[in-house]
Design a protein around this ligand. Sequence first.
Ligand code: PGA
Length: 254
Amino acid sequence: MRKQIAAANWKMNLTIDKAEALLNEILQADASLAENRQAIFAVPFPYLIKASELLNGKNNYSISAQNCSNKKSGAYTGEVSVEMLKSINISYCIVGHSERREYYGETNQILKEKVDLCLEQGITPIFCCGEALEIREKSGQNGFVRGQLEDSLFHLSADQLRSIIIAYEPIWAIGTGKTASTEQAQQMHEFIRSVLAEKWGADVAQDITILYGGSVKASNAKELFSCPDVDGGLVGGASLIAPEFVEIIKALKH
Ligand code: PGA
């Protein structure tokens, strides 16, 4: 079975004391993850090292960055390079979250550059895609998401694609309390997998983990994760509450 993942996206929340307490509480609950299941914590940059230390090599728990620069190194004040992330042993990085696309003008081309830099350094990009409400209202979601995948990922080899996690996050469901129905989530995940299959073949497509994001919580995680093409979740708000996130980890498919 493909890897099943519960990824926490803390966004720009928590001070270091609260961050430490949250991570410790989740680790102590010990959702003991089996071989093919994983919990990932995308924490703010200043907490990456501390959070990695707290994991203390715990099996199947990892730390992720929430973003990286699309430049390799040099005079880019305020940016954080993929090489820097690698140098502190970070193995995942969210790329193309809709908040980055919307508030910081990240285009499909910029995200393509970030994906390439991550792969060059052996960091797994968690590549986000998803449509806004206006697009869904006109039933344009499939074409829109296909465009995001084509523009940022279609230049990759099959082997490179196998090192990527995709997160489908409909913008209208992020932080709104409005979750996609299981039918909507399954339909889009199946569509994404079919696009991957067209380009790289069915075997490759079957191996790619596709997460759902948008108001995932303990009360809806099990149902969403039970969809055949939903391989876990990228979780914002509910990942800031330890018992909620522990339940979400436990809801991963076995
Ligand atoms: P949410 O955020 O769970 O708060 O909707 C998800 C995300 O933005 O990754």
